[in-house]
Design a protein around this ligand. Structure first.
Ligand SMILES: [Mn+2]
Length: 269
């Protein structure tokens, strides 16, 4: 029995299969955590979702910005960004079960056996595990409620840290989603900077969330994806970046949560 975490699939199904074969993944015995962005940009988003849904008892996805975008398009009857290559998904007649599977997934999960918190973009540096899970729970209650369309329509745009404690539920939802799914850098005042997507040393005025002094001692191991420009490097053994940019010509990374061993499949370009 082993538990694995895989970096952003971004609609790339073949390398996922290759990685699972490499570790002899057995869904009746093992568990797969996807750090989110299982869809978009790559060629096989539909196949990724079909596979994950088929093995849903052995799969957990911590939703990423692209996964939420797919749900938003579904619930708001909007066309996805053509760059996301989601056409096959939105013309697939049995997509309801896939939507229902994705909507049932959390924004963050704590893996007890390895003392790891898994989420798409990370956690805000000052958060405890308990607070992170509380925020994740608040947000999933929003997008799993009958008011989900309302929350999806208010999801985009900047929010401030103060909005995390807002009485206005849609503002609080947006602020939580921004931390868990869109965060890379913080401004010197601690607010999120959502525009810089480059590497961690690209702007010395900005602070990568995981080098913030509050994380000098992490509350637990932190496992995340989302930031391909890091190329898997955080210079910390307890903060593990799994998005190694397969869809951009890099690699897909699979972490054994218990042993911390990582196996990779390289893109052939
Ligand atoms: Mn992402």
């Amino acid at each position: 029995m082993a538990d694995y975490a895989v970096g952003d699939l971004q609609g790339c199904f073949t390398p996922l299969q290759n990685l699972l074969d490499l570790v002899n993944f057995n869904p009746s015995r093992d568990h797969l955590y996807c750090v989110g962005d299982v869809v978009a940009r790559g060629p096989d988003s539909l196949a990724c979702l079909q596979f994950l849904e088929k093995h849903r008892a052995s799969v957990t996805v911590t939703l990423g910005n692209h996964d939420l975008h797919l749900l938003a398009c579904h619930f708001l009857n909007k066309l996805p960004n053509p760059k996301d290559k989601l056409g096959a998904f939105f013309t697939y007649s049995h997509r309801e079960a896939l939507v229902e599977f994705l909507q049932a997934q959390p924004l963050a999960v704590f893996h007890q056996a390895s003392n790891s918190l898994i989420s798409h973009a990370g956690i805000y540096p000052t958060w405890t595990v308990e607070l992170a899970l509380e925020f994740a729970q608040f947000a999933s209650c929003c997008y799993q409620s009958k008011n989900a369309p309302n929350y999806f329509s208010s999801m985009y745009g900047n929010a401030t840290l103060a909005d995390l404690n807002s009485e206005i539920k849609t503002d609080k939802f947006k602020a939580i989603v921004n931390v868990f799914t869109r965060m890379r850098f913080l401004e010197p005042n601690g607010e999120l900077n959502l525009s810089n997507k480059e590497g961690k040393d690209s702007d010395t005025n900005l602070i990568p969330w995981f080098t913030h002094p509050a994380l000098h001692e992490t509350p637990c191991n932190l496992v995340f994806g989302h930031w391909a420009a890091l190329e898997g490097k955080t210079e910390r053994h307890d903060i593990i970046a799994l998005d190694t940019g397969y869809v951009w010509g890099g690699a897909m990374s699979l972490l054994n949560l218990n042993s911390k061993e990582i196996v990779q499949v390289q893109a052939n370009i």
